[in-house]
Design a protein around this ligand. Structure first.
Ligand SMILES: Cc1ncc(COP(=O)(O)O)c(C=O)c1O
Length: 366
């Protein structure tokens, strides 16, 4: 179940890596300006488009997920641009902060923790905004286990505005469906350490024609994340800067496996393991933080009973059962715990985590 005696790592990324991926990650370095890299990049680009159901441009950037979010912002937004930042938790706030840091004129729309963004509230807000240039939001809010209704949100945004749609899909892409072309998403940001079964180090973005038009107008200073550099180098089969090769090797393998398995099957598998996790949590007498309708298929957030010290709970589960669960973040610290189930995950991993949680709760309650 776990590799040897290693812990059962059930945080919402980095995800554990199976032995065959670990072996690839330990492969020898290659010349990132040579033909092997060019071939690998070519295959990866084609397969990433398949997963995102898009003909848009896609790029691999050596960075964490936040780098992908920053790439979305610096290339499409100019200082003073009116932007709507929708937030349902920690990562929505981060997206907003990035836009603010680069001088956007940000309108905030926040929803209570554990709730999803309401498309009708988004509609109302857009109606009240003049010339909104971009709408930024998280697809899957890892801090609360909430999956926003992405397709519906995109529909409303398109109905009410010409704004670009920039989506943080760091913890959903690869595990949950994102139909970039059909839903009209301009930039999607994700990262290797989540459903892609790879180590941290590579950010991935999609970039639409409309995003490129915005790029041409954008006056935001940029260098490392300037998407034009990635495009120019892609044409010669190279990265602009030295890439995180071990993560690239692993993503190449994951993408190949996902495409071979069929992306619908991959998404259904994530859905099934998420249902298994939710059912298991309920059978321990626990309550989910989000409404079932918006519960994420990659991470489950579960409320801790009031009489339980969250820090002690996580520590006991780790030291007594060798299971690493995610805690709550910011105001949810000590109030919830989270089980990650993206990428390489089997029901046995979840059963072990739930068993550890249940037994710890029983012991702590005496
Ligand atoms: C939804 C979401 N957005 C953004 C990030 C930030 O990614 P990173 O820590 O790789 O910068 C995370 C990381 O957990 C995330 O879950």
């Amino acid at each position: 179940m776990t590799n040897g005696k290693l812990p059962n790592l059930r945080i919402p990324g980095p995800v554990p890596l199976p032995d065959d991926v670990l072996e690839i990650v330990g492969s020898q370095m290659i010349n990132h300006r040579g033909p092997e890299y060019a071939d690998m990049l070519d295959r990866m680009t084609a397969n990433l488009r398949t997963v995102f159901m898009t003909t848009n441009d896609v790029y691999f950037i050596t960075a964490s997920g936040t780098g992908a979010m920053e790439t979305a912002v610096v290339n499409t937004i100019s200082p003073g641009d009116k932007v709507l930042a929708i937030s349902v938790g920690v990562f929505g706030e981060r997206f907003r902060e990035i836009a603010e840091a680069y001088g956007a004129d940000v309108t905030k729309l926040e929803f209570e923790l554990g709730h999803a963004a309401d498309p009708e509230k988004v509609r109302e807000t857009l109606k009240g905004m003049d010339d909104c240039k971009a709408v930024l939001f998280t697809h899957n809010e890892s801090s609360t286990g909430v999956a926003n209704p992405l397709e519906e949100l995109c529909k409303v945004i398109h109905e009410e505005s010409d704004a670009l749609i920039l989506v943080d899909a760091v913890s959903s892409a690869g595990g949950m469906a994102i139909a970039v072309d059909a839903w009209g998403i301009d930039v999607v940001a994700t990262a290797s350490q989540k459903s892609w079964i790879a180590p941290p180090g590579i950010a991935m973005v999609t970039f639409s024609k409309k995003a490129w038009e915005a790029y041409e107008r954008s006056t935001t200073p940029k260098y490392y994340y300037d998407i034009q550099q990635y495009e120019d180098y892609l044409k010669i089969g190279q990265p602009p800067f030295t890439p995180c090769l071990p993560a690239m090797y692993a993503i190449e393998k994951s993408l190949e496996s996902m495409v071979a398995e069929g992306i619908e099957t991959v998404f259904e598998r994530h859905h099934a393991v998420a249902e298994h996790t939710r059912d298991g949590a309920r059978s321990l007498g626990l309550e989910l933080l989000p409404d079932e309708k918006y519960a994420s298929n990659t991470v489950t957030a579960i409320k801790l009973p009031d009489d339980i010290d969250g820090k002690e709970f996580l520590s006991r589960v780790r030291t007594e059962f060798n299971v690493i669960l995610g805690g709550g973040q910011k105001s949810l610290t000590g109030k919830i715990f989270r089980i990650g189930h993206m990428g390489w995950v089997e029901t046995a991993h979840i059963d072990e985590a739930l068993e550890a949680a249940g037994r710890t709760l029983r012991v702590m309650r005496g």
